[in-house]
Design a protein around this ligand. Structure first.
Ligand SMILES: Cc1cc2nc3c(=O)[nH]c(=O)nc-3n(C[C@H](O)[C@H](O)[C@H](O)COP(=O)(O)O)c2cc1C
Ligand SMILES: [Mn+2]
Length: 513
């Protein structure tokens, strides 16, 4: 089972020898980040399983960390909790992501029952789905302590991740640049509601702290938080926003899931949690938040006021440049007694977010296959930092099928942003980078087998000519067949006869090596 709150997750990680408690005084400015960066690149604590799908990068992630002596603060800081395969799986209550992809598969099974008995059999499953919705309750531990007028962002041990974060003097500086604190909220669910439909959204978006009650929320133009904000702007209204830390261990993951715009992260979290998430009404804004959270920041995004947000050391391995984002004004901070503040850093991979991404890669495979049935498997290699590179293998049955798959992927939710797509045949192991690159180099004529397509790109990609828009490349590394341009006779890949292989295996000792 996933954990009902951050504390039980932390306690269990500690009991399993997967968490290091640090009582030495540490600085929330850069020092925690540097420790976490080193830790998540170390071998994983405990007997962390290496998934068969990731023979190269499994077994990393070090320990989860709990700093209980943070300079200037009495709130402990937790980091790298999700930063290994095993911890990511524990957070989702499974021993293999496959368990969840099977449950997703079960849920989306396309065939509808035709006869009455089968229809009735389906009812419990649907009723169960209904039970996954969030439930509003009266009281929650997240409101044991309530600060309104005295709410103060700078009283939280919010860390600074990289030296130039939020600092003027790095990159272009507009005239109205206000220096932020350089501190960023990085591991929270940002809760909003669509003012027209009431639909809830939770996204993990970073938030830069400027002052006690002033911050800036960095939701990308393509993301649901930004979509909700545009709807409020159109009405000329302030958007209520709640920034939520902790709660059920599935919540931070659900906030990063690439769900379609009208699929609720809270419903999906309830599905992952195998039980609906309990919510309590906020104290100062018309939103409900997870009752079991550690800390909740309530406030609103101003439809007219923007702040220069950034630069920020990002998951691309580079600073994302400063830009205008809506100002967020704090109206309250509520928390449980003795809260723990969870955070993360992003940067050159691997970081904690690699494991969140890998969970999504596995859990969403059945959905991707349903959209694009040609796909057998795919991988987002670590060096690609999510959007820069996708390896896809297909069961090729007709000419130009790889092109069809590229077009489909470039039209599928956040996969749209895939900057380089390499399509290989079914026999290639997409989780082995060397093997994919071998086929990519061997099987392609660059003029014939590549497609360069214009479209929306990752907002964080600094190399695109425009922010969020540019070109992507698709590489057809499959075996070419008639109908795909000029194709000469295609040779077979070298494979030894089974009989000879068997004989050599049997006689290996005889050779006297
Ligand atoms: C550690 C981490 C930090 C992230 N920071 C941001 C961010 O600052 N802004 C953003 O738009 N997306 C960010 N993302 C990605 C979104 O959380 C993710 O794309 C999510 O699916 C967006 O949800 P939405 O579709 O409901 O907007 C981050 C993801 C992770 C794992
Ligand atoms: Mn969403």
């Amino acid at each position: 089972m996933p954990y009902s709150d951050l504390r039980s997750f932390i306690n269990d990680l500690e009991a399993r020898g997967q968490l290091a408690r640090v009582s030495t005084e540490v600085d929330p400015v850069l020092e925690i980040a540097e420790i976490a960066d080193r830790m998540c690149k170390m071998p994983a604590a405990g007997d962390a399983p290496v998934p068969a799908t990731d023979p190269v990068h499994g077994g990393k992630g070090g320990s989860a960390l709990l700093f209980d002596n943070v300079k200037g603060f009495d709130v402990p800081v937790a980091i790298n909790l999700y930063g290994s395969y095993e911890r990511m799986q524990l957070a989702l209550g499974v021993s293999d992501f496959e368990e969840l992809s099977n449950r997703v598969q079960e849920l989306i099974k396309p065939e509808l029952p035709s006869n009455l008995i089968d229809k009735m059999k389906k009812i419990p499953q649907l009723a169960k789905l209904a039970g996954y919705g969030p439930k509003v309750v009266k009281r929650g531990i997240c409101q044991e302590v309530v600060h309104t007028d005295d709410a103060d962002l700078t009283a939280l041990p919010i860390i600074q991740c990289w030296p130039h974060d939020g600092k003027p003097g790095y990159g272009a500086k507009p005239a109205d640049y206000a220096e932020g604190t350089g501190r960023y909220i990085t591991f929270a669910g940002v809760h909003t509601k669509n003012p027209d439909s009431g639909e809830r959204n939770v996204g993990m978006y970073r938030v830069q702290v400027f002052d006690k009650k002033l911050a800036a929320a960095h939701w990308h133009v393509h993301h649901d938080g930004a979509r909700h904000f545009r709807a409020y702007q159109k009405r000329g209204e302030k958007m209520p926003v709640a920034i939520v830390f902790g709660g059920e261990s599935v919540l931070p993951y659900a906030a990063t899931c690439p769900l379609p715009p009208d699929v609720s992260e809270l419903l999906f979290a309830g599905f992952l949690n195998d039980g609906g998430i309990e919510l309590v009404p906020c104290k100062t804004i018309p939103l409900e938040v997870p009752a079991n959270a550690e800390i909740v920041i309530e406030g609103f995004a101003d439809p007219e006021q923007t702040l220069i947000e950034g630069p920020f050391g990002d998951h691309t391995g580079f600073y994302s440049l400063a830009d205008r984002y809506p100002a967020f004004h704090v109206t309250a901070i509520t928390h449980r007694r003795d809260p723990i503040y969870p955070t993360t850093i992003v940067g050159l991979p691997p970081q904690e977010d690699y494991y969140l991404g890998k969970a999504t890669e596995r859990i969403f495979l059945p959905l991707l296959k349903m959209l694009i049935p040609d796909i057998v498997d795919y991988s987002l290699p670590m060096f690609g930092a999510f959007h820069n590179c996708v390896f896809v293998k297909i069961r090729k049955e007709y000419p130009m099928q790889a092109r069809k798959v590229m077009s489909s992927i470039w039209g599928a939710g956040q996969m749209t942003f895939s900057k380089m797509l390499v399509v290989v045949d079914e026999h290639v192991n997409v989780h082995d980078e060397q093997e994919v690159l071998f086929h990519m180099c061997a099987n392609t004529d660059w003029r014939r087998d590549t497609v360069i397509a214009d479209g929306p790109c990752d907002v964080l990609d600094h190399a695109t000519p425009y922010m969020g828009a540019g070109a992507k490349i698709g590489i057809d590394a499959t075996r070419k067949i008639p109908g795909e341009g000029v194709v000469r006779e295609w040779p077979d890949l070298l494979v030894m006869n089974d009989e000879v292989k068997r004989r050599v295996t049997e006689r290996w000792a005889e050779y006297g090596f």
